[in-house]
Design a protein around this ligand. Structure first.
Ligand code: BG6
Ligand code: MG
Length: 213
């Protein structure tokens, strides 16, 4: 039996693989601004807020723009991204996700979303995952990006579960740091080289055994 009464999930890269849509949308902007941008560069944007992602992209091309231009670029990128995620359906849910959510429900463990994205509403709706969640915290609710623990602490608060009794599922380094800062069990979905500080590590949520946590 697990000692944890709350489970908080990152969205992008944990529940769904949206990194490729973020990539296609940033790539379109990069081409317009003649900035070289590869799939490898895109790795640096995972788990990072929209504003910070734009900073990284512009730094790759050593480009500088006004606040107003930057706002416009982010809006433009988001329009393209939203166009992609509006086509999503349940076939894009990552392996093991639905089984784990069902197991958690069965064990009466409360479930929250803790994502940096401002688009979590569309993704949860299109994939049919919304009904599993007791609380949603996303980029619209927080002012400090991961590795700040704000998103996860707010998730625990909304669930009414003490932080120390929550486990977090994350695929990004900044997210693992945020979970640890929050005093939660940080379960990394990825590899040892990507997530060296995770308390536990799985390659996919299919490997999770709740009784072992
Ligand atoms: C994170 C993604 O979940 O959300 C990042 O890993 C993304 O790549 C960030 O930049 C913000 O997402 P959005 O949908 O608000 O632009
Ligand atoms: Mg992620």
């Amino acid at each position: 039996m697990t000692n944890y009464h709350g489970a908080i999930f990152d969205l992008d890269g944990v529940l769904v693989d949206t990194a490729r849509y973020h990539y296609l949308a940033w790539k379109q902007l990069a081409e317009q601004l003649t900035i070289p941008f590869s799939a490898e560069d895109n790795e640096r944007l995972k788990g990072v807020s929209r504003v910070k992602s734009l900073d990284i992209l512009l730094s790759l091309g050593n480009k500088h723009y006004t606040e107003k231009e930057r706002e416009h670029f982010m809006e433009q990128k988001n329009k393209v991204y939203v166009h992609y995620i509006e086509q999503m359906d349940e076939t894009e849910i990552l392996p093991g996700v639905v089984e784990l959510l069902k197991q958690l429900k069965h064990k009466n463990i409360k479930i929250a979303l803790g994502s940096a994205s401002k688009n979590s509403g569309i993704i949860l709706k299109k994939t049919g995952l919304r009904h599993y969640f007791d609380a949603i915290v996303d980029g619209n609710d927080v002012s400090r990006a991961k590795p700040d623990p704000e998103v996860f602490l707010l998730g625990a608060k909304k669930l009414g579960i003490p932080a120390g009794q929550c486990m977090v599922f994350e695929d990004a380094k900044a997210g693992i740091a945020a979970a640890k800062h929050a005093g939660m069990l940080a379960i990394g979905v990825g590899t040892k080289s990507n997530l060296p500080n995770a308390d536990r590590l799985v390659e996919s949520l299919e490997e999770i055994e709740l009784s072992e946590l």
